[in-house]
Ligand binder design. Sequence first.
Ligand code: SF4
Length: 372
Amino acid sequence: MSSSPIAVYVHVPFCPSKCGYCDFNSYAMTGNIHGRTVRAMVAELKSSPHAGRSAKTIFFGGGTPTFLAAEQITLLLKTVIEVHPPIEGAEITSEGNPGTVDWPKFAAMREAGFNRISLGAQSFQSDDLLRLGRVHEASDVARAVGAARSAGFENLNLDLMFALPGQNLRGWNANLDLALALKPDHLSLYCLTIEPNTRFYRHFLRGTLDQPGEDMQVAMYDNAVARMEEAGYPLYEISNFAQPGHQSQHNLCYWRGEEYLGYGPGAVGCVSEKGKRHRTTKMKHPERYCESIESGLNLICEEEWLDEDAVRLERIMLGIRLKEGLPTDKVTLDQTGIATCLKRNWITNENGRLRLTPAGRHFCSEVATHLA
Ligand code: SF4
């Protein structure tokens, strides 16, 4: 088993309510289950077969980690740090919902060791937030950013979504203006995708989801990329933009195909074992997760052994999303596919790296298929 520093992911599966578009492993549960799950997560961490391996990055995602009480989220981080001592300068992030945070919670989190906050703003328009089913209001975003900054967070991301139902280019630009005015260090800009088993999917099937068409989605994305570049947030991944030195170190581990550990309900981990990559998913529902820990039962509900070719395919799919591109000497690529993508002006091939062109960013999956 390797002993090199590794990315550590902690999944907190609770949210105040379920958003209409969400297919993440998240549950609108309150009460004792929070404390019970935190105790189970502490027990999972303390009995980890990887205990002692240092953390390259730590990331609390969800769900809404900041829906936990300050004592609960800080206890979890304290345990992670005991089990996986972070390397010097490690990025330690928590996602947060602007409606579930205040200065005292941020101050406690900063004190515990978190040094990066990622806020799910999504939109600054009340109508959008209502339609999305978000619990926060537009004014909560600026309040949350102010609270995070005054609690000492010098590294802050805002998530925004575009192609929302009823949204037009003007509304999207207004959101970008408001986000930039808050001077985040990093912005993640995602196109709303309609996932099965969501409220939005049912609207989509009924034809009542008024989502902007494909041409408008392309215009919104291209417009955002240009505006981000202009504002000093160059693109470093197809949906991610950062001021120099503020790229998400944790997410870069995923996109570069590195190993990672996952703790908590539904958390996914992927580590090298017996010459292969072993990907595991923990019990997803908090009740099942707690029962498994409390009764000493198997915590893994899904597992997969990835052979070399499967690892190579994932490396291509994820790596081509990065501005740094794919190294042609380290990944085996299809030469005919490279030629096709070059001919279509979807990629460039310079200095030993394949990179998406602005046009190619709209055909990312097709490019990956050609290169594989
Ligand atoms: S806050 Fe995030 S994880 Fe929670 S329901 Fe909404 S989209 Fe899903």
